[in-house]
Design a protein around this ligand. Sequence first.
Ligand code: NAD
Length: 366
Amino acid sequence: MVELKSGNDTLQVSVFEQLEQMGHEQLVFCHDTSTGLKAIIGIHNTVLGPALGGTRMWSYTNESDAIRDVLRLSRGMTFKNAVAGLNLGGGKAVIIGNARKDKSEALLRRFGKFVESLNGKYITAEDVGMQTIDIEYMAMETKHVTGKPESMGGSGDPSPFTALGTYMGIKASAQKAYGNDSLANKKIAIQGVGNVGEHLIGHLSKENCKIFVTDIYEDRIKAVASKYKVEVVRPDDIYGLDVDIYAPCALGATVNDQTLSQLKAQIIAGCANNQLLDEKKHGNECLKRGIIYAPDFLINAGGVINVYREYQNLDRAWAVQKTEALYDATLQVLNTSFAENRNAQEVAIQNALKRIEAVAKIKTVR
Ligand code: NAD
């Protein structure tokens, strides 16, 4: 059984019921006593190609949370890869554990062996709690890993590309909200200053905007505050700030009933996956409140675009150009959202489904 939370209610549903509801193909549980590995690989949809998505390491409170996360994340990858125009399906993996304490070479290599056992149906990469060195360990055991260090012929850390795409998404949202995309004098709140958050600050710092940051780790705050002009706030204070833009760059589900009643921002645009706790309800609520919500899986696609170039042996310039094109893609989705009064996440999902359905048809033609 997996526990699902809807508002204050908790619902117990069978894992298979959940796979059916969300349209998953496969859920793989990986366990190894000697390394302490407990991981779950979610393969959502492989119509467009092998399921590609990063591995997250996080100390989940319970197994239901981990299952729910991998299901939501892998589904999001299907949409992300589809709207980015990549020939990839959606997948994702989670390793249960504290990335700062429980990670080891052996654990990551053991996980790599599990990835290898899927024969390329799932291709992994980096996500929360992972660094390029971890990818290097996985690569010792599997060919099906991307975001390898450049010294190994890989495309390196995907975070700078994710940050570039997110920055494009923020600017496209500003264009829609204010009629021009300058962020000068805008106030922006960034929640989570990890791999992507820090690079995002790098872009925003060139725009003469006021940047507020928060993180649950003091060392991350110190790292960015020593490099950039930012104002630091406590994690719980980020939602109530009087800002123009809220950029969630930590974990998902931060756009929910509690936070929407506090948020003053006119734009929500960040790199975190699955920002809306409930896509329909909270996407609609943003629309109702006049908040521009830039679909997360669209504006954070830069990282997967960059690992795709490694997978397909394309050059860096291709990835930059494709990531910058997320500006137009975001604007197009927001234009449709405004014109049809439909929530932007729904519009972006529909674009993804259209492409998957069209490609599925040509795959059956002999
Ligand atoms: P990361 O682990 O490097 O950074 C996340 C940061 O968020 C950490 O510093 C963490 O301490 C902080 N954090 C966690 N919970 C928090 C909270 N409640 N309040 C404030 N800070 C909190 O991860 P990342 O690679 O930068 O990814 C950030 C987000 O972007 C994730 O949701 C990830 O799935 C998504 N994403 C990342 C990439 C990529 O290329 N790395 C690509 C697409 C999407």
